[in-house]
Design a protein around this ligand. Structure first.
Ligand SMILES: C[S@@+](CC[C@H](N)C(=O)[O-])C[C@H]1O[C@@H](n2cnc3c(N)ncnc32)[C@H](O)[C@@H]1O
Length: 256
């Protein structure tokens, strides 16, 4: 008997009517991290055959979009795109379906075809996960969530840092439904920061107004920065201290 056929999640998927055993990984991820809530717009990258799409639709009941190189056979209430998530043309198609407001959650279970060489497969998986992050950054609304599969290896830590730089919360997680011998791990990130600034960056600015708590306020590309102890009209160099999805805090480094 093949290994899959002895697998409890293989049988549970059959019994519960899911297209793939992978459905249970998303259910377990969501149970722990609540990445999908009722009414959410969800985009699933690398979605065929569609187990995650079935779960996403059940959890959100809202707009659910699946993308894959392969055709996804229809699921009621789910829109699908046949395309490569690394291509600009596919991202534009996703953006059109998602609409101006953006997606609440982007999930990605995409995997490269395995060669059997651990390092090579790891590198290609990280490349794919980077493309998923770039795609998510274009389609997520501020405060949105992102979950992505990566095969573990040397490049994992750097990738995790890259994700952390774009979200206020990031964790890696192995759902019980992942096979014990699998190299896969999921990165779960919450609260997307759609900001043109990052912690530690410095800028020369002129304070344009004052907030209700007396902090100076300046906008960088329409993004609001609260500057502690600065007054309207002051020209200062600021250092970004903390970045939230819709605004940031900064300290004055020098006064001009
Ligand atoms: C493990 S399967 C996903 C299973 C799915 N989560 C489910 O529950 O049914 C990985 C999928 O990633 C897709 N994939 C790999 N590279 C891709 C790419 N560049 N663009 C779109 N899909 C891709 C593959 O075609 C494959 O269907």
């Amino acid at each position: 008997m093949a290994r899959d056929r002895r697998d409890i999640y293989y049988w549970r998927a059959k019994e519960e009517g899911y297209r793939s055993r992978a459905a249970f990984k998303l259910l377990q991820i969501n149970q722990k991290f609540s990445i999908i809530k009722e009414g959410d717009t969800v985009v699933d990258l690398g979605a065929a055959p569609g187990g995650w799409l079935e779960v996403a639709k059940k959890l959100s009941g809202g707009k659910v979009i699946g993308v894959d190189l392969q055709r996804i056979s229809p699921i009621e209430g789910v829109e699908t795109i046949k395309g490569d998530i690394t291509s600009e043309a596919t991202i534009n198609k996703i953006l059109k379906l998602v609409g101006e407001e953006g997606a609440d959650t982007v999930i990605c279970d995409a995997a490269p075809n395995l060669s059997g060489s651990w390092n090579y497969d790891h590198g290609r998986s990280v490349d794919l996960a980077k493309s998923a992050l770039q795609c998510a950054a274009k389609i997520l609304k501020p405060g949105g969530n992102f979950t992505v599969k990566v095969f573990q290896g040397d490049l994992f830590k750097n990738y995790l840092d890259e994700v952390s730089n774009n979200f206020t919360y990031t964790k890696s997680f192995s759902p019980v439904a992942s096979r014990s011998q699998s190299a896969e791990i999921y990165v779960v990130a919450k609260n997307f920061i759609k900001a043109p600034v990052r912690k530690g960056q410095e800028f020369d600015v002129e304070i344009t107004s004052e907030g209700s708590n007396g902090d100076g306020v300046v906008k960088i590309q329409d993004f609001v920065i609260f500057v502690k102890g600065a007054n309207k009209g002051e020209k200062v160099m600021i250092k970004i201290k903390d970045v939230k999805p819709n605004f940031a805090f900064a300290d004055v480094v020098t006064r001009c």
